[in-house]
Design a protein around this ligand. Structure first.
Ligand code: SF4
Length: 181
């Protein structure tokens, strides 16, 4: 039996915590932020809205899982405007999460990893001209599924923000019974 939390620790995540999936809520307001186009991925990726499905579809999908593991990467910054430090922390977190998702998908192919930010597996997403290159590997974000990341952190007993001169990225992976602590 795999130990998902131990795997997260080995991959270098700063912290992890089990989630209470019965508390998960999806928010139309989060979708509205996606649609406002700040990250410019809305209607530009198979992993993002609207291609990742309606909020109702996402809520139904998440409701099919028994366990969820929240993982975080926290980095120290030179100051709160340290763009290089922020970008490096994001890259590191996404690398760790891609490795976690890959390994847990080997154990449970239909688990649901929800990353931080859009899918970056391909340099250029094929949306909408051609089908997704890696449908079994692509990663939607927690926001794409309508989750309020700060609320999910709080529900799992982890802070969302660790104070000045820090940046934290959070992601989660939902699983059926079988991958245990
Ligand atoms: S795997 Fe590639 S084609 Fe599929 S959603 Fe991710 S970036 Fe787009």
């Amino acid at each position: 039996m795999a130990d998902a939390r131990e795997l997260a620790r080995e991959l270098g995540f700063s912290r992890s915590a089990w989630m209470d999936l019965s508390l998960l809520r999806v928010y139309p307001e989060v979708r509205e932020i996606c649609a406002a186009g700040r990250c410019q991925r809305y209607e530009h990726s198979w992993s993002c809205p609207p291609a990742c499905g309606s909020l109702e579809h996402c809520a139904r999908r998440m409701a099919a899982y028994d366990r969820g593991l929240l993982v975080q990467t926290t980095a120290q910054l030179e100051d709160d405007f340290d763009a290089e430090g922020i970008a490096a922390a994001q890259t590191l977190h996404k690398m760790r999460f891609e490795a976690l998702a890959r390994q847990l998908r080997q154990l449970q192919p239909d688990c649901l990893p929800l990353t931080a930010g859009t899918c970056t597996l391909c340099r250029r997403c094929t949306y909408p001209e051609r089908p997704c290159r890696f449908p079994g590997k692509r990663l939607s974000s927690m926001e794409a599924y309508g989750l309020l990341v700060s609320e999910v952190c709080q529900q799992a007993g982890l802070p969302y923000y660790y104070g000045p001169k820090t940046i934290t990225y959070s992601s989660c992976i939902l699983m059926k019974e079988g991958i245990h602590t």
